[in-house]
Design a protein around this ligand. Structure first.
Ligand code: SAH
Length: 462
């Protein structure tokens, strides 16, 4: 299977990439596109099903672009993800197979891999017959597949979508049309606090002002747990979902959620929990159960005793930083979005944490600045641990070279893209670090995405 979950098969020596075919299937396929040495094909008939094939829970799994590998047994999904990380470390990172096998831990999966997402963004539009639809995009397209109850999301989404749909038809509020740029309602963003059961709804609109918003509020506030209702204006012709301006129209401008520290032996819950305020624009991990396992492991990898100074780069609203601050002497967080830094500072206050400091800016600029200029402050220039959790594109080279120059004892790399992770690990290892532990976490069951946590230690070379 390829990185996108497509099956890779052979016909008369030629390689074909086939959506919805699984490893171990024998299939009859129809070629859809031929290149010189390879081609693409579609499943016509499954002749001998793979032993790993299961009946997917969701009837829309083939049409909807949200899931790619729901027909693969969950155990095999985990094996596939571990293998994906391993392949990238070897192919892109240039690590030897023995080297990778020696440090790779088993992938951490979920007990129940459904209903795990705390956030959903439903596009709103019209189908070919002109009916109002809300749901998810089909794979590689902007055709909206109507989805009432996505099995990856919470049950609470369904009545919210129904209420917005009713309100739109009652007041003839038009959906946004991507082609003409006309119409109003673009997306419905819903967030759910798993521990607090608080709900946030944010309607993304192609307007500065929403008509009939009182009626919308009236309908939504009836839903149990409703805590925050807002509108976000996005007037641009763009695929980016949120615009810059968000206005709270009812309740709080955020919801609160807790992340518990887990015991990393069996991932049982501990009494330590940190509260976070989450606003519509903030980045917040979408799978809270797995996030607790992920952050607890990152914290364990950091091996803190209470004396350390730690940088947390790409810190978002301070989620990992505040975890680290419990066990470190001082934590410094860096994040590019100023609003997220404001949230991080508030979250520190909310939890009575005083040993975390936050800086707004690019990691690749803030870090060198402190390294070069704050010559007096050795703690900042030579931290004991650096934690990074970059977006998919990975770390900037300038950021990596400054990290190497700072010579921390340990680097903990949290990654949502194992290809850029492999690229960056090569640079860190060539710079004198040793790969100690690599563990994949399944944050996104039934999709091909995989999250990874890596521990690097300063080697003998200085
Ligand atoms: N550690 C946080 C956020 C991780 S997501 C958490 O676990 O919740 C990655 C974050 O990196 C996002 O918040 C994004 O805004 C931020 N980011 C993207 N590019 C950046 C850069 N060049 N420098 C610093 N932060 C950046």
């Amino acid at each position: 299977m390829g990185v996108g979950g497509e099956g890779i098969g052979k016909y008369e020596g030629m390689t074909f990439f086939i959506k919805d075919a699984l490893i171990g299937d024998t299939i009859k396929a129809r070629a859809t596109k031929l290149k010189k040495n390879y081609g693409y094909a579609r499943v016509e008939k499954i002749i001998i099903p793979s032993p790993y094939r299961v009946v997917p829970e969701c009837p829309l799994h083939r049409q909807c672009g949200g899931c790619q590998i729901q027909a693969l047994s969950y155990e095999e999904q985990l094996a596939f993800k571990k293998q994906k990380v391993k392949n990238n470390l070897m192919r892109i990172g240039g690590f030897a197979e023995e080297e990778v096998d020696a440090v790779m831990l088993p992938a951490v999966g979920m007990e129940y891999p459904y209903r795990y997402r705390n956030k959903a963004q439903f596009p709103v539009g019209y189908d070919k017959e002109g009916n109002l639809v809300m749901g998810f995009y089909a794979a590689r397209s902007h055709q909206i597949i109507p989805v009432k109850d996505c099995l990856l999301g919470v049950k609470e989404n369904e009545p919210i979508l129904a209420a917005v749909m009713q309100w739109m038809s009652d007041y003839q509020i038009p959906a946004y049309d991507e082609n003409t740029g006309k119409g109003v309602v673009r997306h419905i963003l819903i967030r759910y606090g798993f521990t607090t059961k608080e709900i946030m709804v944010c309607l993304i609109i192609n307007a500065n002002k929403l008509l009939q918003k009182e009626a919308l509020v009236e309908a939504l506030r009836q839903i149990e747990g409703m805590t925050s209702i807002s509108i976000n204006s996005n007037l641009e012709k763009t695929n980016v979902i949120l615009g810059k301006e968000t206005q709270c129209i009812w309740g709080m401008p955020y919801i609160t959620d807790y992340i518990h520290l887990r015991n990393t032996q069996d991932f049982s819950l501990t009494d330590t929990a940190i509260a976070y305020h989450i606003s519509p624009q903030s980045f917040y991990q979408v799978n809270p159960v797995q996030t607790e396992k992920l952050y607890s492991t990152a914290l364990e990898f950091a091996q803190l005793t209470g004396k350390e100074s730690v940088w947390d780069l790409y810190c978002g609203i301070g989620t990992i930083s505040l975890f680290l601050s419990q066990k470190a002497r001082q934590v410094y967080g860096v994040e590019i979005v100023p609003q997220a830094i404001e949230d991080a500072k508030n979250n520190a206050r909310l939890n009575g944490i005083t040993n975390a400091q936050f800086f707004a800016g690019k990691a690749e600029e803030v870090l060198p600045e402190f390294y070069e200029k704050s010559a007096g402050d050795e703690e900042m220039r030579h931290p004991d641990v650096i934690v990074v959790d970059p977006p998919r594109k990975g770390c900037d080279e300038q950021c990596l070279s400054t990290m190497l120059a700072m010579k921390p004892e340990r680097i903990v790399y949290v990654s949502c893209d194992s290809a850029t992770l492999a690229r960056d690990l090569r640079i860190l290892v060539d710079g004198g670090y040793e790969l100690k532990k690599v563990q994949a976490f399944d944050q996104f069951a039934h999709t091909t995405h995989v999250e990874t946590v890596v521990l690097l230690s300063k080697g003998m070379v200085d």
